[in-house]
Design a protein around this ligand. Sequence first.
Ligand code: GLU
Length: 305
Amino acid sequence: MNSIRTAVLAGAATALLALSACGNEGSPETAGGSSTSGGSAAAAPEYAVATDVAITGSPTYDKIKAAGKVVIGVKADQPGIGQKDAGSGEYTGFDIEMAKLMAANLGLTPDEIDFVETVSANREPFLQQGTVDMVIASYTINDKRKQVVDFAGPYYVAGQDLLVRADEEEITGPDALAGKKVCSVEGSTPATRIRDEHPDAQLVTFDAYSKCVEQLTSNAVDAVTTDDAILRGYAAQQPEALKVVGAPFSEEPYGIGLPKGDTALRNALNDAIETAVEDGDWKKAYDHTLGGSGTDPEPPTVDRY
Ligand code: GLU
């Protein structure tokens, strides 16, 4: 059980900002975890900011505490997950909610988070070099990555899928990719899986998925592959032009990337995720972001490896 959370509400102004950024109506007080239909997400949650944080033996937490802020690597071009608004500079998405939730558990308000944009390939280097304190960026937990970084979580489980043009009929799954141009991102598990398991596909890579989506809509590639949660966000932006195949062919457990060896912080964040699942904050975060896509998954169990 988590001992580092105490109920003090974070600033309502932040919640309202997020609310207006998403174009929702209603007040944060009504955000009771109900999923709305028609693609609009539930109101912005507020997370209780801990006042009695005690994490001993964590060099990363010591750094955060001394700085009075936490630096979190997130994606900036993935609607529903991590997206930066070009005008306001505000970040939104489920990963951003997880970031606010983790910060709250460290005693920090949302405005004490420095978001740093990451792409798939620089997540491990950013953690190894101390550029960020943690990474919350659709980041699959796997053994290869665990050799150089650690993970709290998972806090969500996605699955690799395919995004195609709305009139596409041939591409129904990864086995139909032979001879087709499929776009993914360098340094991602989906790109590796295509290389290893579907070598007949013509893999094209960029540093960010939004570039792959541009390739798809301009007919330069036949499909985009990454996690279904990411692809649903792109499809929702252009429902007339794009569709998700909807046959996931992997498990992608999303973790919070941490500097290797910081077990104290990993334990504290695992506690925080468990508590958020129990007290409903996880569900509120989901409904406010990915829940708008009509899905309603069970939260995963954290893996205390
Ligand atoms: N979850 C996968 C990964 O961590 C794909 C998404 C991404 O590239 O961020 O590689």
